[in-house]
Design a protein around this ligand. Structure first.
Ligand code: NAD
Ligand code: IPM
Ligand code: MN
Length: 350
């Protein structure tokens, strides 16, 4: 029985990199005989302009039966970002309890990190809490238009929410180099992050073989820049993890290569795979987007769906493609366009 994939290309370069990922997945199917069926959904800001909604009212019910969701990116000038993202991406993450956002970072052979000393030993994973924390609808805006106008935004940190993301991070670290760094800011934020620290410390007690370190997010950001090779697994709240993952991706060469897996580890609901980057209106339509973040996300999907050999094959093709100067995109200092990267990936997959 083929596994069923829902594809939401979205906006801007989301469409271009999703096309690229599909070409690679088709090559994987030809080589490994791994069968998938795909249904494409045009849910996007363009749809919003025409229909007044990012996705139909029954979108979650339509997505529920799939084995996985492949997403490009959403967001486009003219539609406020909180409308487009709270109209599609965030509801999907929440409805399907995709509470883990797994974002691996690697410096690939041949890819120039902006840091002189950041070499291939950089290999860590940001585990971002993905359904609560600073991303919340609780709050309000009052006195609109008056001099004393103000906005209040609440953060929500629950014991079950922090416990499960910490456990996921420690379990992952136990299969890697057994080191967890927890991002905090308990020196400035007086309720939520001290609570986060306490719960993470409790979970750490369940994993005596894993070393733990708690770092304030400001100092941690500097260390990710200055010494990225020291990290194994970083566990962070929703907002801290969001910021750290773009920062770390840039340190590793470009946000164009960074992948993400929005996981429901209980496998009750479909998980969703998407590059870390957005729709990049500044380069959309030119055919020059780096497709590696989307392709690596597809490899994470293959792994999640039980095809580790196919996933490893895709990553070998990515490594070979990035190692060759003529198949690096502009964000990596090369001149290749998206199609040239895809041709190389498909050729390496035979
Ligand atoms: P962005 O990631 O789209 O772009 C930031 C910069 O990185 C731009 O200069 C862009 O050209 C470059 N870049 C990004 N991906 C690239 C790639 N694959 N190859 C080469 N260069 C690449 O972030 P932004 O500008 O803050 O956001 C643009 C829109 O995307 C906004 O509407 C935002 O809300 C949305 N967004 C969506 C998602 C998502 O759907 N998951 C994620 C992030 C941002
Ligand atoms: C990401 C994006 C989203 C997030 C935005 C677009 C809402 O930046 O997936 O990293 O903050 O989660
Ligand atoms: Mn982000």
């Amino acid at each position: 029985m083929p596994q069923r994939i829902a594809v939401i290309p979205g906006d801007g370069i989301g469409v271009e990199v999703t096309w690229a990922a599909r070409q690679v997945l088709d090559a994987v199917t030809r080589k490994h005989g791994v069968p998938f069926t795909y249904d494409e959904y045009d849910w996007s800001c363009q749809r919003y302009a025409a229909a007044g909604e990012m996705m139909p009212a029954d979108a979650i019910e339509r997505l529920r039966p799939y084995d996985a969701i492949l997403l490009g990116a959403v967001g486009w000038p003219g539609v406020p970002d909180h409308v487009s993202l709270w109209g599609l991406l965030i509801p999907i993450r929440r409805a399907f309890r995709q509470y883990v956002n797994l974002r691996p970072i690697r410096v690939f052979e041949g890819v120039r990190s902006p840091l002189r000393d950041a070499g291939p030993e950089v290999d860590f994973v940001v585990i971002r809490e993905n359904v609560e924390g600073e991303y919340s609808e609780i709050g309000g805006r009052l006195n609109r238009g008056f001099p004393d106008e103000f906005a209040v935004q609440e953060s929500v940190f629950t014991r079950p929410g922090v416990t499960r993301i910490a456990r996921f991070a420690f379990e992952l670290a136990a299969t890697r180099r057994s080191h967890v760094t927890s991002a905090t800011k308990s020196n400035g934020i007086v309720h939520t992050l001290p609570f986060w620290d306490e719960v993470v410390a409790e979970v750490a007690g369940e994993f005596p073989g894993v070393r733990t370190q708690s770092e304030h997010i400001d100092a941690l950001a500097a260390k990710v820049v200055l010494d990225p090779g020291r990290f194994d697994v970083i566990v962070a709240s929703n907002l801290f993890g969001d910021i750290l993952s773009d920062l770390a991706a840039a340190v590793a060469g470009s946000i164009g290569i960074a992948p993400s897996a929005n996981l429901d580890p209980t496998r009750t609901h479909p998980s969703m795979f998407e590059p870390v980057h957005g729709s990049a209106p500044d380069i959309a339509g030119q055919g020059i987007a780096n497709p590696v973040g989307a392709v690596w996300s597809a490899a994470l999907m293959l792994e999640h769906l039980g095809h580790p050999a196919a996933a490893a094959d895709v990553m070998a093709a990515v490594e070979a493609t990035l190692a060759a100067p003529e198949t690096r995109t502009r964000d990596l200092g090369g001149t290749a366009d998206t199609a040239a990267v895809v041709s190389s990936l498909v050729a390496h997959l035979g």
